[in-house]
Ligand binder design. Structure first.
Ligand code: GSH
Length: 357
């Protein structure tokens, strides 16, 4: 009969102490644990015999998994044994046992991982791929490839959202790698990160943020790469001014009342409500006039360089350009259209093109 257990043998290019830390230190666990592409937004680890651990993993498409267990044995740099059980919908699955042996091989480490006690062959087989991919993540982390906790950034939200796109564009402009969890608003995963249930939500390791303006500021200030805010206080205030007004009034008229009325019509017999659209168009005209004046002869909303304000606006204008009625409305606003053409040429714009509604 096939044993209901798994055994893996791998050599890692680090000494046993370092590999041992990768399984016992919370901040290191968060930088690699789980299959490739997964993030660990939360890990609680009490690495002593009888101590408990709880690890929350998110897959690249946003599925959340929680594994919990208890450390049974820890012999520093030699051996670790811990129980392993999945927690789903508040219910604990069957408990299995993971044992790790670390053998020094002239400065490298041979790791033997045994995972025993599976109740079924299916349960065993479903862990085979998980561990195999996790060893890849571990290898990347140990080689210093980009998996430190702070760079494990994820943007949570449907990529069709203009706000989600702005945040993704900022990350790309800064050269920061991230994963996208394409979650709808008001789902469990989003609600857990943003009490208002809106998207985007943003995670950098344990750090969670919502509201695109705050996320954009954080991305810019907390990371190296090209600055997305101008140098002077006056210009920075202008950027805030545009972000706030685009967020407060622009989105409301151009996306919520205009575009959404075509995509999700609320008028008689499921047709777009013309009265809503017409008042939105009046407001759009006023807003586009103001924005067009702000560009003047320049290609950016503030100064002569890309700023967070341009990133907040571009995804909204992109939707208007792609809709026949608003395309015509936009045409006379030549300064704004020139600025938008500059945005369209950026890699961050091309790489975040939203899927169709
Ligand atoms: N002020 C928020 C607005 C976020 C927002 O409204 N997002 C939309 C998607 S584009 C959303 O979540 N809508 C669902 C809702 O309003 O309930 C921000 O800047 O992040």
């Amino acid at each position: 009969m096939t044993p209901l257990s798994l055994t893996f043998n791998r050599i890692f290019d680090v000494p046993p102490e370092k590999l041992y830390d990768a399984f016992t230190r919370k901040e290191i666990i968060q930088s690699w644990f789980g299959p490739e592409g997964f993030t660990i937004p939360r890990a609680d680890v009490d690495a002593r015999a009888g101590g408990k651990y709880r690890c929350e993993m998110h897959s690249p498409v946003g599925a959340a998994y929680v594994v919990v267990g208890e450390f049974r044995e820890l012999v520093p740099h030699e051996r670790i044994a811990f129980t392993w059980a999945w927690l789903a919908n508040g219910e604990l699955g069957p408990e299995t046992l993971v044992t790790l042996h670390f053998a020094d091989r002239a400065g490298r480490t041979e790791l033997t991982l045994e995972h025993t006690g599976f109740a079924t062959e299916d349960a065993r087989d479903s862990h085979q791929g998980g561990w195999t991919s996790s060893f890849e993540s571990l290898t990347h982390m140990l080689a210093g490839k980009p998996q430190p906790m702070e760079s494990r950034i994820s943007v949570v939200g449907d990529p069709r959202s203009t706000y989600v796109r702005s945040v993704r564009m900022a990350l790309i402009e800064k050269g920061i790698s991230y994963t996208l969890d394409p979650q709808p608003p008001h789902g469990d995963i989003v609600n857990a990160l943003n009490p208002f249930g809106k998207i985007p939500a943003f995670r950098a390791g344990d750090f969670v943020l919502f509201e695109s303006s705050a996320i954009l500021r954080y991305i810019d200030e907390a990371h190296p790469g090209p600055r997305l805010m101008p140098d002077t206080p006056a210009e920075r205030a202008k950027v805030e001014q545009w972000i706030s007004s685009i967020n407060g009034y622009g989105y409301d008229a151009m996306i919520r009342r205009f575009l959404m009325q075509f995509l999700f019509p609320k008028g008689p017999n499921g047709t777009p409500n013309r009265a809503v659209i017409n008042t939105a168009i009046v407001d759009m005209h006023k807003q586009l006039t103001i924005l067009d004046r702000a560009y003047g002869e320049r290609d950016f909303l503030v100064g002569h360089q890309l700023s967070l304000a341009d990133l907040e606006l571009a995804p909204i204008i992109a939707y208007l350009v792609s809709h026949p009625e608003s395309k015509d409305i936009l045409a006379p606003f030549t300064n704004l259209m020139r600025g938008h053409a500059v945005m369209v040429r950026r890699a961050s714009f091309a790489q975040t093109a939203p899927p169709e509604f």
